[in-house]
Write a protein that binds this ligand. Structure first.
Ligand code: ADP
Ligand code: ASP
Ligand code: MG
Length: 401
């Protein structure tokens, strides 16, 4: 007998038929003698709809009340799925995140899980129930509801798998695995049988929303047996694991992130200490800085530009404007019409020429590169947002055709 955690995303639980289909998958697993914990997301576009509803009432609601609102979506799915499973005649109980023992850091909207008290989960499993848990939510030390960030139900599922030492964590979604690019956007995208934690973490962080990046980080830390598969089609999915068979693929995937902004600080004195002052200021405000580019100094001045997530663009600009004169900066320029396109793959460590191939693809398509950043297993370029879909296409074609 195994302990299996199964997570179903928004599309998989979107309506009555889909819920009945999920109930069948779950009970089939249970019938084979396994203990099953199910994690559910909110139905379809519920979370987006709730965000819109809030905006109709208050354009700047507190993050505490937003979390109270958004956590309700998952509670609808969990109870409806429990009813579908009851109808099939199986013992089942649904639990909110806090009933399931999820404690998180205090911050709202993007809270990190600190601990799972598994006593209730274990008690329900021991009494042979199928346990359904609302994803994406927990409780902080003030006993307030928190949510884990968009896409966070994946992380709820992996966290439960780690806490209960599950034998398998299955992430059921609306595509049948992890592909070399978003299969909805790139028609020749190829399904991967397996992918390493490190590569998957880069892909998720760089824009492939198929897994929440923190779920991959956690799966790597606890070496979770993780699998991405379709709730709509019974076909093998993609295994995400520490070590994978070496294949001859130079890269494993192409992603894009349109939700970023570039901030350029022009005419900064070309003296030591300015990068320190600017980025410690960003750090102090928890602003997530990504690609950084500094120009060569000329006439005793230099320019520094960097990217931030689009939802932190205003905060970053305000902080910099306020400190502009004390830091001694010239001009601040902000642009949200940029995108980051990346290629990811452990293969590039041992194969020179990946960067050249990427640049050639962009050159052939007459796409201009503004910034470049590299790590051992990824290369990212900053380009105009209007070119990002086309860039993913031409890069994918260059590497995979
Ligand atoms: P869920 O609601 O099940 O959590 P998501 O919408 O969060 O599903 O994630 C699944 C989606 O991720 C797919 O529909 C697909 O469009 C998108 N996606 C982006 N990049 C990839 C990729 N490389 N492989 C597979 N899916 C991807
Ligand atoms: N319902 C939440 C969202 O839409 C969490 C999730 O789906 O994982 O972001
Ligand atoms: Mg998701």
């Amino acid at each position: 007998m195994s302990l299996i955690v199964q997570k179903f995303g928004g599309t998989s639980v979107a309506n009555a038929d889909r819920l009945k289909n999920v109930a069948r998958i779950v009970t089939d697993t249970y019938k084979k003698g396994n203990s099953v914990v199910v994690v559910v997301s909110a139905q379809g576009d519920t979370t987006d709809d709730l965000i819109k509803k809030a905006a109709e009432i208050n354009e700047n609601p507190s993050s505490r009340e937003m979390d109270v609102l958004l956590s309700s979506g998952e509670q609808i799915s969990m109870s409806l799925l429990a009813m579908a499973i009851q109808k099939l005649g199986f013992p089942v109980v649904s639990l909110t995140g806090w009933q399931a023992g999820f404690s998180t850091k205090p911050e709202h909207g993007n809270a990190r899980i600190t601990k799972i008290n598994t006593s209730r989960l274990k008690r329900e499993l021991e009494s042979k129930k199928i346990v359904i848990v609302a994803g994406f939510q927990g409780l902080n030390k003030f006993d307030d509801i928190t949510t884990l960030g968009r896409g966070g139900s994946d992380t709820s599922a992996v966290a439960i798998s780690a806490a209960l030492h599950a034998d398998l964590c299955q992430i059921y979604t609306d595509v049948d695995g992890v592909y070399t690019a978003d299969p909805r956007l790139v028609k020749n995208a190829i399904k991967l049988d397996e992918i390493s934690f490190d590569e998957m973490l880069e892909l998720a962080t760089l824009g492939a929303q198929v897994l929440h990046n923190r779920s991959v980080e956690m799966a790597k830390r606890y070496n979770i047996n993780l699998e991405v598969l379709s709730s709509l089609e019974n076909v093998p999915g993609t295994k995400v694991k520490e070590k994978i068979k070496m294949e001859k693929l130079l890269i494993r995937g192409v992603t894009r992130d349109d939700d970023i902004a570039r901030i350029a600080l022009l005419n900064i004195p070309d003296e030591p200490g300015f990068a320190y002052r600017i980025f410690s200021l960003m750090g102090k405000h928890n602003i997530n800085v990504d690609i950084i580019l500094q120009s060569i100094g000329r006439d005793s001045t230099k320019d520094i530009s960097f990217t931030v997530p689009i939802d932190q663009m205003d905060l970053a600009t305000n902080v910099l404007e306020k400190e502009k004169s004390s830091i001694g900066m010239g001009e601040i320029q902000v642009s949200d019409s940029v995108s980051k396109v990346s290629v990811v793959g452990a293969g590039m460590q041992s194969n020179p020429g990946v960067a050249a191939k990427l640049f050639e693809a962009l050159f052939d398509a007459e796409i201009n590169i503004h910034m470049i950043s590299t790590s051992e297993i990824k290369i990212s370029v900053l380009i105009d947002k209007k070119d990002s879909a086309r860039a993913v296409d031409v890069i994918h074609e260059k590497f995979f055709d």
